[in-house]
Design a protein around this ligand. Structure first.
Ligand code: NAD
Length: 420
């Protein structure tokens, strides 16, 4: 694949997206500057004792982008490519995501530069607890509430919750979301991002008069988001999952696969690659398959001006954050491909995180069907606000989502004013 000509720096992309929507909204220059900058950034360098007795120093970040609407909220990523600009971009996108979903949070994100695949469980626990302790000065149920992201999970959240609770001297379940059920997690949180993505794709399909039963689906990144999305589309919509990939490669089957069987295979072998009855497909090829629905559910910057002309899907559902560059957005819009942008499409995760936090603070728990029903209401409401904006202003769906989100944050500033 040749190199795209545009920038792949995620924070530059995030700022371009704000500029584009800001222009359509005629925002004044001062407000635009506020929205294009994070409020607070914490960088920490901290030592961890490794299993072999050596000490390694890790670098981590927590960026608190904007809290005009409510407390900061956003996941924590463990990855070797984590950088301050990536965490800034992700925290920026969290701000717009919470605003477009209409939940009372601002945006934040955290990350640690590490390779969790090469670390033992003990090493991961020690690193997590020390990172939690380092950022404890700025997180808390009323201030900033982390959650899982790439290569972090319920176990990671449990260690953070325990670390903060030990320092306080009592259990503080509301400090993180995405926790295991036994310590205050919410039913339905594990699949919430994917269920929300399914609702967003379903609503888009309705507008396009596309039947989801039998529709073909390709998923890049068979992790938490991608796996549950494939499963829900297969089990609840009757769609045909023709391709899935992970970091090691991917599989293709014209007949379609059952994602539950692929998951069982991946749990045994460590990858989807080699699943019986399928042909190999690469992480580049999966984006260009002849399918109805394409769901990038891995990392950012994969759909660019270079490959966008060859994408054949009718609907793109962004499970991942930031998979599409602004230049690729323009190409999709011109080609009539309907893109469900990340800040809307994967907002189901933070929505059920919000439900989890509400349940923690009120010490009253909901059933799975209550969670799913409320999630559907929030997703469909957000989808309709974005679609109405798209039709009214004749913009693409991403710009429409940004315009809805930015309007909400700007309104918060109007009421609160600029301190002092
Ligand atoms: P995860 O760690 O569970 O899964 C990531 C998947 O991507 C894995 O299957 C991994 O093998 C694959 N992958 C890694 N590098 C890859 C590469 N270079 N090419 C192809 N595949 C690769 O993470 P997740 O929680 O599913 O998150 C995936 C994306 O969804 C991220 O962009 C994340 O920010 C976004 N997201 C997650 C949530 C959530 O609730 N977990 C919510 C909103 C958005």
């Amino acid at each position: 694949m040749s190199k795209p000509k545009e920038t792949l720096n995620p924070f530059e992309i995030a700022r371009t997206q704000i500029d584009r929507a800001g222009k359509k909204l005629n925002l004044d220059a001062g407000m635009l500057e506020i929205l294009k900058n994070p409020r607070r950034e914490l960088t920490v360098h901290f030592p961890v004792k490794m299993d072999d007795g050596t000490v390694k120093v890790f670098t981590g970040y927590r960026v608190q982008y904007n809290d005009a609407v409510g407390p900061f909220k956003g996941g924590i990523r463990y990855h070797w490519n984590v950088s301050l600009d990536e965490v800034r971009a992700l925290s920026c996108w969290m701000t717009w995501k919470c605003a477009v979903m209409g939940i009372p949070y601002g945006g934040a994100k955290g990350g640690v530069i590490c390779n969790p695949k090469e670390m033992s469980k003990d090493e991961l626990e020690h690193m997590t607890r020390r990172y939690a302790s380092e950022i404890s000065i700025i997180i808390g149920p009323e201030k900033d509430i982390p959650a899982p992201d790439v290569y972090t999970d319920g176990q990671t959240m449990a260690w953070i919750m325990d670390t903060i609770s030990m320092a306080k001297g009592f259990a503080v379940p509301g400090v993180v979301t995405g926790k295991p059920l036994a310590i205050g997690g919410s039913l339905g949180r594990d699949e919430a991002t994917s269920r929300g993505l399914m609702y967003a794709v379903r609503e888009a399909a309705k507008k396009m008069k596309l039947t989801l039963k039998g529709a073909t689906v390709a998923v890049q990144g068979f992790g938490n988001v991608g796996m549950h999305f494939a499963r829900l589309m297969h089990d609840e919509q009757g769609s045909k999952i023709v391709a899935v990939t992970d970091s090691k490669g991917g599989i293709f089957s014209e007949k379609g696969v059952d994602p539950k069987e692929v998951l069982a295979f991946k749990e045994k072998t460590g990858s989807v690659v080699g699943f019986p009855g399928t042909k190999p497909v690469s992480n580049e090829e999966v984006l260009e398959l002849e399918v109805d629905i394409l769901a990038p559910c891995a990392l950012e910057g994969v759909l660019t001006s270079e490959n966008a002309p060859r994408v054949k899907a009718k609907i793109i559902g962004e499970g991942a954050n930031g998979p599409t560059t602004p230049e690729a957005d323009d190409i999709f819009h011109k080609r009539g491909i309907v893109l469900m942008p990340d800040i809307l499409a994967n907002g189901g995760g933070v929505t059920v995180s919000y439900f989890e936090w509400v349940q923690n603070l009120s010490e009253f728990f909901w059933t799975k069907s209550e969670v799913d029903q409320k999630l559907e209401g929030v997703m469909v409401g957000a989808f309709n606000r974005v679609w109405d904006m798209r039709e009214a202003k004749k913009v693409d769906t991403r710009q429409a989502a940004y315009m809805v989100a930015i309007n909400r944050v700007v309104e918060a500033y109007k009421w609160r004013g600029i301190f002092p």
